[in-house]
Design a binder for this molecule. Structure first.
Ligand code: DGL
Length: 281
């Protein structure tokens, strides 16, 4: 049986944190990574633009690379695009949203911090999650507009301004949160730095492993039996890495450092003129 193929979509490199969790859980699965770098950052786009770009690009990627599961590895997109995607395809679509429920499950002092993009922080979807799962907690939300850009810059060797980041995190210190939710898929890529800046935080929560478990479950429902013998080092995790903008210099090296080398890297995907609206027949 050919190993299943999973599409992982984000506005940039953040979804690599989710792809890493999927690859470690399922080394034999073929991953196709799609970054809408030409539309990045999604936190600065209107909801309508995010929905339209996500639908159009995912639809086109599925035409070129038929997949068994789609993972929208972007909180900013997932909080608005999932219904539109699910009505567009029969392929299971998994979204990534801030892990409020697990955070409320572990917090001892009932003070939780949520670090996300300004767009995610402002979305009614997040307010709904807090009402449903953390209504007994004091929830401090921080939306840092620049952090995703700083993390993208690291791919090209730029230094992340950790002093400015530390200042931006001050409300968590002031509130005394013992748990922080990483509500943007870029942030686990700099988790060691965040932990260094907030040593008083006891619990760090992100969605990566839960998403990997969900992917396994969906593939098993489709009849796939994971091959435990497939050693990660024998596998090329990414069959394709597609960027809608230019490929960032240093991307190949960055992927290798993450343990996620790619068979093929393509920039400016899809070729100009091939973009069709998701609404068209
Ligand atoms: N990785 C995306 C997220 O999880 C980044 C959003 C952006 O492009 O602003 O929200």
């Amino acid at each position: 049986m050919t190993s299943p193929r999973v599409l992982v979509f984000d506005s940039g490199i953040g979804g690599l944190s989710i792809a890493g969790c999927i690859h470690r859980a399922l080394p034999s699965v073929r991953l196709v990574y799609l970054a809408d770098s030409a539309g990045f950052p999604y936190g600065g786009q209107s909801e309508a633009v995010v929905v339209d770009r996500s639908r159009t690009l995912i639809r086109q990627a599925l035409e070129d690379f038929p997949c068994d599961v789609v993972v929208v590895a972007c909180n900013t997109a997932s909080t608005v695009v999932l219904p539109a995607l699910r009505s567009m395809t029969n392929i299971p679509v998994i979204g990534v949203v801030p892990a409020i429920k697990p955070a409320a499950g572990v917090s001892l002092n009932r003070r939780i911090g949520i670090l996300a993009t300004p767009a995610t922080v402002a979305r009614p979807y997040l307010a709904g999650l807090i009402d449903d799962f953390a209504s007994d907690c004091l929830v401090e939300r921080i939306g840092l507009p620049d952090l995703v850009c700083w993390i993208e810059g690291q791919v090209c060797g730029e230094t992340l301004p950790s002093e400015a980041l530390s200042e931006g995190l001050q409300p968590f210190r002031d509130t005394g949160v013992d748990t922080v939710v990483l509500g943007c898929t870029h942030y686990p890529l700099v988790a060691p730095l965040l932990k260094e800046l907030l040593p008083e935080v006891k619990f760090w929560v992100d969605s990566g492993d839960a998403i990997a478990r969900r992917v396994i479950w969906l593939l098993e429902q489709g009849g796939y039996e994971p091959d435990d013998q497939a050693a990660p080092e024998r596998q090329m995790p990414f069959e394709q890495v597609l960027f809608t903008g230019r490929l960032p210099a240093g991307l190949e090296k960055y992927l290798e450092e993450l343990g996620l080398p790619a068979g093929q890297l393509l920039g400016n995907w899809p070729a100009e003129g091939r973009i069709r609206s998701a609404g068209s027949a």
